[in-house]
Design a binder for this molecule. Structure first.
Ligand SMILES: NC(=O)c1ccc[n+]([C@@H]2O[C@H](COP(=O)([O-])OP(=O)(O)OC[C@H]3O[C@@H](n4cnc5c(N)ncnc54)[C@H](OP(=O)(O)O)[C@@H]3O)[C@@H](O)[C@H]2O)c1
Length: 291
């Protein structure tokens, strides 16, 4: 299969590299040239546009920030969907809202393109070592057809259901992740206020049965005040916004996630958007625990 990969940011660059490592014939496109030049060294062909990247490809992966960008790069009049081969497969790995995935699938199918929503769980390191978890929505037989390629980038492929269900699960997962991080950060700040040492709190809290395991590496980021980006805070804010939008579409109250959304909004506004989302600690600390 000839493949194309569009969007070579933190995640896409690493995922594309794993396809190349496994001998996949790959054409890449990114808005800024730097990441393409890097992958060229690993054997990728580069394209002048997304449209050029997809022309000969049997399968196209996109890893873009938001539904707005996927719309612009793929679905719009100038988007690359129009250049895809008939019966090609488009796997959208971007984290987008479920109703957008359903719309993207409908537009793609009208053009004779097969579609899978395939967002991933896992960040920079799992992406680098091919240990992402794909949560896919769409036709099960189609997923089975592309599984060998997905296995070059991930070590678990979960079929969540029909189109949009991959995006749905990813949304639920990130709403939980965002809130768990926030609760952990607030708890550490509260403990510090009570005179408990920060090191003691960061050593003990992540190991408790009530704590999520991911708080262990995040505790180290807080301890060293090093929020080198893995999952950008701005994309966590985006995901909470999409969760709020989706809840509205389903007439579902989402009180806690909406509260979390505003706290991440405030952190982004204070300039932390391109730091890791665990920098929510820094934001809460600066504002004395509030927005
Ligand atoms: N980082 C994580 O841990 C993680 C984990 C799971 C899922 N995700 C999801 O994966 C997606 C990508 O995340 P990421 O962390 O890789 O993001 P990122 O590092 O910010 O990369 C975003 C990519 O999209 C491109 N892009 C941005 N705006 C664009 C536009 N208007 N037109 C064309 N291209 C544009 C960027 O190009 P430039 O290089 O030119 O800026 C870059 O290649 C997001 O949906 C995110 O929520 C991220």
């Amino acid at each position: 299969m000839k493949a194309a990969f569009i969007g070579l940011g933190i995640m896409g660059s690493r995922m594309a590299k794993n396809l190349l490592k496994n001998g996949v014939s790959l054409t890449v496109f990114n808005r800024s040239p730097g990441p393409m030049q890097e992958l060229e060294k690993s054997g990728a062909k580069t394209a002048a546009s997304a449209l050029d990247a997809v022309r000969d490809s049997d399968i196209v992966f996109t890893m873009l920030p938001s539904p707005e960008v996927v719309e612009q790069v793929v679905l719009s009049e100038t988007g690359c969907l129009s250049g895809m081969k008939d019966n090609a497969i488009w796997v959208d790995c971007s984290t987008v809202n479920p109703s957008f995935s359903v719309k993207a699938c409908q537009v793609a199918e009208k053009r004779g393109i097969r579609f899978i929503d395939g967002p991933v769980i896992g960040t920079k390191y799992p992406a680098a070592v091919g240990e992402l978890v794909f949560i896919a929505g769409g036709d099960k037989a189609l997923l089975a057809e592309i599984e060998p390629l997905l296995k070059f980038m991930g070590n678990r492929i979960i079929h969540a259901g029909e189109t949009g269900k991959g995006a749905s699960f990813k949304m639920v997962f990130n709403a939980l992740l965002a809130q768990s991080m926030l609760v952990f950060a607030e708890t550490v700040i509260f403990g510090e206020k009570l005179g408990l040492s920060k090191d003691f709190l960061l050593d003990t809290l992540p190991n408790l049965a009530v704590s999520a395991p991911f708080t262990k590496p995040k505790a180290e980021m807080i301890r060293t005040d090093n929020y080198e980006v893995q999952f950008p805070l701005e994309w966590m804010y985006k995901d909470l916004h999409l969760a709020a939008l989706t809840a509205y579409e389903h007439d579902q109250p989402l009180c806690m996630a909406n509260l979390a959304k505003e706290l991440y909004a405030s952190a982004k506004q204070s300039g932390l958007g391109r730091e890791d989302f665990s920098a929510i600690y820094k934001s809460l600390k600066k504002t004395g625990g509030g927005a």
